[in-house]
Structure formats: C-alpha cells, structure tokens
Design a protein around this ligand. Structure first.
Ligand code: NAD
Length: 484
C-alpha cells in the first residue's frame, strides 16, 4: 500500500474501494506546481478498478438508501465535522498539490466543503414534505434515491468541488464513485479517510484514481451507473456525453467559461477595478472568472488607470505565503497552453497593456496580463485560457455591449458593475449566463441554482436542483376518498 507525506500529512496514494485501500501496479506521477517537487506515485486505475468500485457502490446502495434522510443525517454531520477538524491538513495538501492559495483554501474552500456536506444533509430532511392538491387526487411528491452516481472532478479546486457533488449525492441516498483529477488527486484521497472516520459505511463513497482517458472514460462508459456528474472542460464533456448517450445515463455538466466583466459609466470604478484585479486570483484558474473586461467607452481611460493600479498590486509568488494572490499554473503542459494563447494573440496584432511573459517567481508563474486590440472572432476572446490572461474591449451602447457580452459559445457567469439598479438588472437579464454577479463576485448561496448556459454546462445544481438530479423524483397521485 502506498502513502506519501505532503505538508507533514500522510496521504494514501491508492484507491479506496469498498472501505479498503486498493493498490494498482501501474502508477502516475504527481508533482507540485509550486516548485516541481515530486509528491507521489499514485495508483493508476482503469476499467478493472472502476468495475470493482461500481460493484461496491451497488452493493452498498440498498442499505444506505433505506436509512432515509434522517438516518443519513447524523453520519453526514460527522463527515462535515471531520472535514473541519482536519481542515488545516486538507488546505495545506491542496496548496502543495494544485498551487491554489493556502489562505483561500483554509479560510474559504475547506469551510465551504464542510458546508456542502452539512447543507445538503439538512436540506434532505425537508425533501419529501410537498403535497400538491388537485380536485380528484392528492399528489405526494417524493425524492427517492436514484442509485450509483459517478462523480468526476477537476484539479482547480478538487476537494471543495468534489464535496459539492458528494454532499447532495450521499444526502439523496445514492452511493458514489469519485474519479479525482490526476493533476491534483491527493485531497480526494484524504476525503475517503475522513468519510471512514465519520462512519460512512464501506462502499458508499469510493475513490478511483487515474488518468482521465482511462479511469474517467471507463467510469463514464460503465453500464451500471445511474447518474454522472462532471465538472471540467467542455471538450471532455463532449467525450463523456458520447458515452452516457449510449446508456441514457442522466448527466450534470459544469464546464468552462469565458465570462464578461462589464463596467458601466455609472459604476463605482474603484470597486470595479479592485474586483477586476481579483480575476487574477489563483492565476486565473477559476472557471467563473470574468476574463473579458468590457468597459463603457466614456469611462474606459479612467477605469483602465484604476484597473492598472489595482493589477500592479497583485502579489505573484508562492501560494503558501499569506500575502500571495497569484500562484503558479498547474503543470508545464498547462503553462505552455496559456503561453501559446498569448503568443498567437501577439502574432495576430493583439498587444499586452501589461504582462504577457513568464513571471520571475518561477517556471510555472505567468504575469497578470491584459490583452488589448482583439476582435470578437479571435481565439483569445473566444477560448477559455484558464490562466491570468484577460482581454480588454470597450463599448458605446447596450446593443454593442450585448453583442460582445453574449458573443462566445460559453454562458457560465457574468459580472456587472453599475450603481443604477434598474440598469444593472436589465443588463443581467439580457446576458446569457447561469450566474450574474452585480457589484460583487464569487458570492454563492448554496440554496441558489448554479450551472452554465450554452457550452458551459447542462443542468443546475444547488438547493433542490441538486436533488432533482441525484434523485428519482416521483409523484404519487392518490384518489381522494378512495381509502377506507
Ligand atoms: P478536464 O476536462 O481536463 O478534466 C476534468 C476531469 O475529467 C478530470 O478528473 C479528468 O481526469 C477527467 N477526464 C479527462 N478526460 C476524460 C475522459 N475522456 N472521460 C472521462 N473523464 C475524463 O478539466 P480540467 O483541466 O481538470 O479542469 C479545468 C476545466 O474545468 C476548465 O475548463 C474549467 O472552466 C472547468 N471547471 C468548471 C467549473 C464549473 O463549476 N463550471 C468548476 C471548475 C472547473
């Protein structure tokens, strides 16, 4: 059995199937983006390990489902508490593994992960209360468990994003097979131990490590899964969708974005500039980031000065340091991808207003960058870079703004800065996006719907939307007066 010591914490490098650690002979390497340090040789799962995990989840399902929301609640509460109790360790390992900011992981991501478990466990208690009266019958609406769920997650926030699926999945009474991201697999491995500590029965939560095209593809194609929830890139979603189309497995897809960041002439420009600079956090490896800055022409110069000043204050460096705001890109391959976008944009005449190069902090660090002069059809405006690279465009009227704002294939989020409520809400209604933030960014209420439009996703999660997905929703229509 394999373990590795990362940030002083012992982490298993093996799968977790039916409550036991399982090692694969084949391994894949895991390195830290901070300094390239080798962290682990992880067990590389494939069809065999996925089969074993799905079978374990299937065996565990009837008992877990039969517990009902009340029976599962205390166990999930202990799970949430275990996450909080080990929060420091989880945050530190996640930072080593994916280079995200330590301060963000400990103050936001880990508490949020615990809340993801607690919130859905609480909410499930109230699920089966609804009755819809009609003249002849009483309709009892039930949210029954659906079976075994496949959960596939990305590297940019693996622990939190996995609990966002595991929370409602287990609260609904489903059992799970998690396929963590190969570029940052360690905290999902820790999650399995925390589940055991909390008393989650064997087989309810299984974790199979591996490369996406092997373990992920085998899971997506498995004939015995009842739900598949995926967060990751749009291209991968197309491959997964081709598999699940054959089995008609219901899917929830949370995918990439290229979100507009709209600054109106009537905005608080200081607040807008500070928030715009915040789009560089975690080196821009944030699906929801407003990466296309769209400033109203009247205030464009004034706003650009303020934005430049705010961006210049962003501290690039080691994500373990409290003051760092922009850490490394995840891997050398991803660094080259980001740099490639910038190089091709430069070749087509786009100019950096700032940044555009490797940062002196290290091999995988890229300068916060703003690109000017791109036309709407250019790759740098259309494609998700997933790095600290934003584009700058200006607009004169709302028609022009909406053409720019809605002029990509994505529709994940949008940010609007305006002090005029009617104006801001009108724009928010017209923009194509699953989430629109007005005068703020990244504020997310768990009871609210979350998801993407167009190529940014299929379905909504959060609140009862999550249970719509993880449950078989049933209506029992009982004839009035027909019972003795
Ligand atoms: P990715 O699509 O490359 O990988 C995501 C997961 O899918 C990984 O676990 C990977 O192993 C697996 N995978 C890869 N190929 C597979 C295949 N053929 N079959 C099954 N599984 C496969 O994405 P990534 O690079 O890990 O993450 C970055 C992407 O995720 C960005 O596009 C980002 O916008 C998106 N993202 C979206 C949200 C959201 O909530 N909408 C949140 C975070 C990240």
């Amino acid at each position: 059995m394999g373990t590795t010591k990362v940030a002083g914490v012992n982490v298993s490098t093996d799968h977790f199937i039916d409550g036991k650690r399982v090692e694969s002979k084949r391994k894949f390497q895991n390195c830290s983006p901070i300094d390239g340090k080798h962290l682990a040789d992880m067990s590389a799962g494939g069809a065999e390990e996925i089969d074993a995990a799905v079978a374990a989840a299937r065996r565990a399902y009837p008992k877990w489902a039969a517990l009902g929301p009340e029976g599962r609640h205390p166990i999930l509460k202990r799970f949430a508490q275990a996450i909080l109790d080990h929060g420091k360790e989880v945050a530190a390992v996640e930072t080593e593994d994916n280079g995200s900011l330590l301060i963000g992981n400990s103050s936001r991501m880990v508490p949020r992960a615990a809340l993801n478990i607690q919130f859905f466990a609480d909410r499930a208690l109230k699920l089966n209360d609804e009755k819809i009266d009609s003249p002849e019958v009483v309709n009892h609406v039930r949210f029954d468990p659906a079976g075994v769920a496949a959960l596939i997650t990305p590297w940019n926030g693996p622990f939190m994003l996995t609990t966002w699926k595991v929370g409602p999945c287990l609260a609904a009474g489903d059992t799970a097979v998690v396929k963590p991201p190969e570029w940052a697999p360690l905290t999902c491995s820790m999650m399995a131990d925390l589940a055991t500590e909390a008393g989650i029965p064997p087989g309810v939560l299984n974790v199979v490590h591996g490369i996406g095209e092997e373990a992920g593809a085998a899971l997506a194609a498995h004939p015995d899964i009842d739900r598949l929830s995926f967060t990751g890139s749009t291209d991968t979603a197309r491959l997964i969708g081709a598999s699940t189309a054959r089995s008609l497995t219901p899917v929830a897809f949370e995918l990439g974005g290229k979100s507009p960041f709209i600054v109106c002439a009537d905005a608080d420009l200081d607040a807008a500039a500070k928030t715009a600079a915040g789009q560089y956090f975690n080196a821009g490896q944030v699906c929801l980031a407003g990466t296309r800055i769209l400033a109203e022409a009247k205030i464009a110069d004034e706003f650009l000065d303020k934005f430049r000043a705010a961006a210049a204050q962003m501290i690039v460096g080691d994500p373990r340091e409290k003051t760092t705001q922009v850490g490394p890109l995840i891997t050398p391959e991803h660094y080259q991808r980001v740099e490639g976008f910038v190089e091709r944009a430069l070749k087509s005449g786009v100019k950096p207003l700032w940044g555009g190069h490797r940062h002196k902090a290290g091999q995988l660090y890229f300068e916060p960058t703003l690109m000017d002069g791109a036309t709407q059809d250019m790759e740098i405006v259309q494609k998700e870079v997933f790095g600290p690279v934003l584009t700058w465009q200006t607009w004169r009227d709302e028609d022009e703004l909406m053409k720019l704002a809605n002029g990509t294939d994505y529709g994940l989020a949008a940010v609007i800065f305006s002090k005029n409520e009617e104006h801001a809400i009108r724009l928010a209604r017209n923009v194509v996006a699953g989430t629109v933030w007005v005068n703020c960014f990244f504020v997310r209420e768990l009871a609210a719907p979350f998801g993407g439009s167009r190529n940014s996703g299929i379905g909504r999660e959060g609140g009862n939307w999550s249970f719509d997905f993880y449950c078989d929703v049933k209506n029992i229509a009982a004839l009035k007066g027909s019972f003795a």
